[in-house]
Ligand binder design. Structure first.
Ligand SMILES: *Cc1c(COP(=O)(O)O)cnc(C)c1O
Length: 447
């Protein structure tokens, strides 16, 4: 079977996510036969370097042998058992280890990031209800936030393309200004933007704290907004405001957790602890769906009662799946055994050096880097930039999927020097073709 056969059958039988299917009349689907390390291989033998970790889930490359072995070993004894009334080794060990790493406890599991968002929102509201304050039932999210596509998660997602269509179904959250560092004017830094955003947040809290249960934030990087970075000071200010006004802080680290920003969890860089921590994506190294919500013990205790309805009666059939938990345990082992955070610092230095010419390309604006994320905005007259860039890169054997005019790299941590060079060369070539070379005077200054 060739690529052509599979893409035709996929077009007939599969409804692809986040896609206007009609665009696949011209933009081909890429059927993947196998993958190893950085490399995806299609049915015709073409290979593509996975520059975005397959939608940000893959940490150590495809087919990582130790994660595969952990799943195989678990498969030999227990594939799954319901978690209501039952428990098993991988879920207990994983919960203990996540608790030791975060200082938060009682891990609650689901399978996708959006479900973790739903759980954190429901838990926060239910906590206040159990505390005799049921009027605290509304949420705050940030401008351009993204927390998933299910109905509750969409309520705290401020991306019009995803949420506007469903406006009549959505219970919209209050939207606070984004601390996006790109807003810094002349003589301002990222920290000034953070403080200004926090000041506006305080005004909102001061007015509406009685009805607010929680604020949900993507710490340090708003991913789907187009990799919008903010200063850690913002998180410190939000933590202080949440304490002052009795509002929960939900850290959605679904995208930024597990070393992506340079620390194991992004909120560590602000020296704060959230009330709820949502994890998913990298948690199994990109092998199996798993998500998790951790919370403070004082919150857990508010549910612990003789009255059944005060308990958190939420569940998913695959909650705490043993195979997924065993993959997550292997991921934590790899972080320790391979000293991944330390190794990533050296890898990041080499990739930044490889991207030096991209950084200074005349169509590039706001080049930014944090941990294992690189992003920049492209000045171009093309309205179809994202798709055209995607196609150019694919032809050069690289998978990158810009968000609007923002190009970003979120590679698996195993990226090698030759692969960095291939990305840099292909990106420069695509920018020369699609960017607006020579327009540098018109745009804002490079940071
Ligand atoms: C991807 C993502 C989600 C949603 O996770 P899914 O597994 O796609 O449901 C939520 N929040 C953030 C920050 C994400 O990046």
């Amino acid at each position: 079977m060739s690529n052509q056969d599979w893409l035709e059958r996929s077009r007939q039988a599969v409804w692809h996510p986040c896609t206007q299917m009609k665009q696949h009349e011209t933009l081909p689907i890429v059927p993947i036969a196998r993958a190893e390390g950085m490399r995806l291989t299609d049915f015709d033998g073409n290979t593509y370097l996975d520059g975005i970790s397959s939608w940000w889930v893959n940490l150590f490359g495809h087919g990582e042998p130790r994660i595969r072995a952990a799943i195989e070993q678990q498969l030999a004894s227990l594939e799954h058992v319901m978690l209501a009334g039952f428990t098993h080794r991988p879920v207990v060990e994983l919960s203990e280890r996540l608790s030791a790493l975060t200082g938060l406890g009682h891990a609650f599991y689901a399978s996708d990031g959006a479900s973790a968002t739903e759980i954190a929102l429901k838990m926060s509201f239910h906590f206040w209800k159990n505390a005799g304050r049921p009027q605290k039932s509304r949420f705050v999210c940030l401008e351009n936030s993204y927390h998933g596509e299910t109905m509750g998660a969409l309520g705290v997602t401020d991306v019009p393309l995803f949420s506007d269509t469903y406006a009549p179904l959505r219970r919209a959250a209050r939207v606070a200004p984004s601390p996006d560092a790109r807003q810094a004017g002349a003589g301002m830094g990222a920290e000034d933007v953070a403080l200004a955003a926090a000041e506006k947040l305080e005004a909102l809290f001061a007015q509406e704290a009685d009805t607010l249960a929680a604020i949900i934030v993507e710490p340090l990087v708003q991913g789907a907004a187009g990799m919008a970075f903010h200063h850690p000071r913002y998180l410190r200010e939000v933590r202080l405001l949440c304490d002052r006004y009795d509002i929960h802080l939900i850290a959605d680290e679904i995208a930024v957790g597990f070393g992506r920003t340079g620390t194991l969890f992004a909120h560590e860089q602000a020296g704060i602890r959230p009330d709820f921590l949502c994890l998913s994506k990298g948690i199994t190294g990109g092998f199996l769906p798993l998500s998790c919500v951790l919370t403070r013990d004082a919150i857990y205790q508010r549910f612990y009662h003789d009255d059944v309805s005060r308990g958190f009666l939420h569940s998913h059939s695959y909650t705490g799946n043993a195979l997924a938990c065993s993959a997550a345990l292997a991921v934590l082992d790899i972080f320790e055994n391979d000293r991944i955070l330390e190794k990533n610092r050296a890898t990041a230095e080499r990739f930044s050096a490889a991207l030096a010419a991209v950084r200074t390309h005349p169509s590039v604006r706001h080049f930014r880097h944090l941990g294992m994320i690189w992003a920049f905005d492209v000045e171009t007259p093309r309205t179809d930039f994202a798709r055209a860039f995607f196609a150019e890169m694919l032809a050069a054997g690289c998978l990158l999927r810009p968000i609007g005019n923002t190009v970003y790299f979120m590679p698996p941590y195993c990226i090698a020097d030759a692969e960095m060079e291939q990305f840099a060369a292909a990106t420069l070539h695509a920018l020369d073709k699609l960017g607006c070379a020579g327009a540098s005077a018109a745009g804002p200054a490079l940071p």
